[in-house]
Design a protein around this ligand. Sequence first.
Ligand SMILES: [Zn+2]
Length: 321
Amino acid sequence: MLTLRLFPPATLVFSFALALVPAAAMAGDDGIPVDREKYAGRQTEADFTASDCPDNPRSLQQVKDNLYRHTTGAGLAVHSGLVLITKEGALVIDPAMTCTSTWLRDEIRRRFNVPVKYVVLSHAHFDHAAGAQVFQQDGAIVVANQRALEPIIGENLPTALPDRVFDKQMTITLGGETVELHRIAPSHSDSMTMVLFPRHHALQCTDVCESKSMPYNDLLDFYYPGWIETLDWVLAQDVDIIDIGHYSPGTKQDIAAERAYMVDLHQQVLDLTRQGMSWDHLYRNVKFSPDIKNWIGYDTMKTLNILGMYRWVSNHRRGVW
Ligand SMILES: [Zn+2]
């Protein structure tokens, strides 16, 4: 019918118009919306990262193509996260401090002339999640694993409540790029998210992954089997840049070395505990290889790492009693 061909139905016009929109304008995600209204006016703790910090070292440096890495803090206190820049907007992982978030927001605007569209929280620990509210107030969508909601709300964390969450997997499309979020297992917290940039062969693996550095402190918020499962997942990915949220990025070789360290530490602590050794005796008898003695933080973290593993082992063994 001639009239129909000349004046196609609105739905046809609509789908034709959609097909003409370049891929770069098709930002979206398959996350689950959070009803943030339910928590409007929630009480939060004071934000110790909020006071002005003009002298705090910070940077935004290119990693590969349009993938960058932001850092904040000096020396061993440095926190980091990957930043994807597209013509449709930026995606930032873990702003890490409120006082440097405003700088990062302005720096992205100044250098690339785009807004931040997405902020991904690697997990619900405040030292990484702080500052997300700066971007959310600016219109960014904040994303985290659904298991991050309870600690953010329950601990009154002064950061953004996520706009979208996911259970096992979520995909974000931005400026023609695809970013994959994966929940593997409880590891370092139960809300940990691996953020994969397939085209860049890059991964954000905060706090679980190490780069010739010791796992932090007494392995706080620690789940041993899930930690190993997570490292095995990382080793199975086609990635050559792994940002660990601190220090400097690592490779799969670093992750393999870390896995060997964790398995060995677990076995040594288990064996010594089964021999009936008391803590006072036990921590003096764990051996470290010469390589590990050169890792970042060895002197300050070694006994605390043993303590973290000792707690895990003590909680998860049963004899005849
Ligand atoms: Zn953490």
